[in-house]
Design a protein around this ligand. Structure first.
Ligand SMILES: C[S@@+](CC[C@H](N)C(=O)[O-])C[C@H]1O[C@@H](n2cnc3c(N)ncnc32)[C@H](O)[C@@H]1O
Length: 206
């Protein structure tokens, strides 16, 4: 799953299990299941991201999925967006300790960045219901880019419920995808469920 990046992923896992727990970013009960619930799960999101693009992780928390993507995919330029100081302090220290040259940490709410920053892919995991998430994330997606929201079993219901909001925000071609279904028998943590929302290259956004 991590191939050459495994040693770096192991160092990040150990940071999460130590500093991450002490600082309250990860619950102690998560430690025995860090790999399948967090690292593998977040690395699988990379299956939906093309090479050499810019990625924002909105509501990054302890760097999930953004830091995992940056470790696994050095071709990506990843921006971790997180409003809480305690969390951005952890993220900045992790980026330094892991010597990741492809990560920037931005301490702000996603909506404060509208009109200032945009990305080819705007990713998130466990941040908000899909309508609120679309309001925060879609204005950050560059024309021709995509929003990728990691969701649980509620994904299809949320898509059905919030289709109108997403359309008004300029989101098109909304689908619910399973990434890593082919690995399910071999890899704990696979597959994951992702809501994909495209923003057309010539956007009809309000
Ligand atoms: C439940 S945590 C999830 C963290 C991480 N994505 C994960 O999967 O472990 C939600 C995160 O979203 C952040 N958040 C809340 N509102 C936000 C906003 N408007 N813009 C960006 N991040 C936000 C919170 O500070 C928190 O770190």
């Amino acid at each position: 799953m991590f191939s050459d990046a495994l040693p770096l992923a192991e160092r990040f896992a150990s940071l999460l299990a130590t500093d991450g727990v002490v600082r309250g970013l990860i619950g102690p009960r998560e430690v025995p299941r860090l790999w399948e619930r967090h690292l593998v799960n977040c690395a699988l999101l990379g299956l939906g991201i093309p090479r050499d693009v810019t990625v924002a992780d909105v509501g990054s928390g302890a760097g999930l999925p953004g830091l995992v993507l940056a470790i696994r995919r050095p071709d990506l330029r990843v921006t971790l967006v997180e409003p809480l100081l305690r969390r951005t302090t952890f993220l900045t220290e992790a980026v330094e300790q892991l010597a990741l040259a492809n990560v920037e940490v931005v301490r702000d709410r996603a909506e404060a960045l509208h009109g200032h920053l945009s990305f080819d892919v705007v990713a998130s995991r466990a941040v908000a219901p899909l309508d609120r998430l679309a309001r925060w994330c879609l204005p950050l997606v560059a024309p021709g880019g995509r929003m990728l929201a990691m969701k649980g079993s509620s994904a299809a219901d949320e898509v059905a419920q919030f289709a109108g909001v997403i359309h008004r925000l300029g989101g098109r071609g909304v689908t619910v995808e399973r990434y890593g279904a082919h690995l399910a028998e071999r890899v704990e943590g696979a597959p994951i469920t992702v809501v994909e929302i495209a923003v057309p290259a010539t956007s009809g956004r309000a």
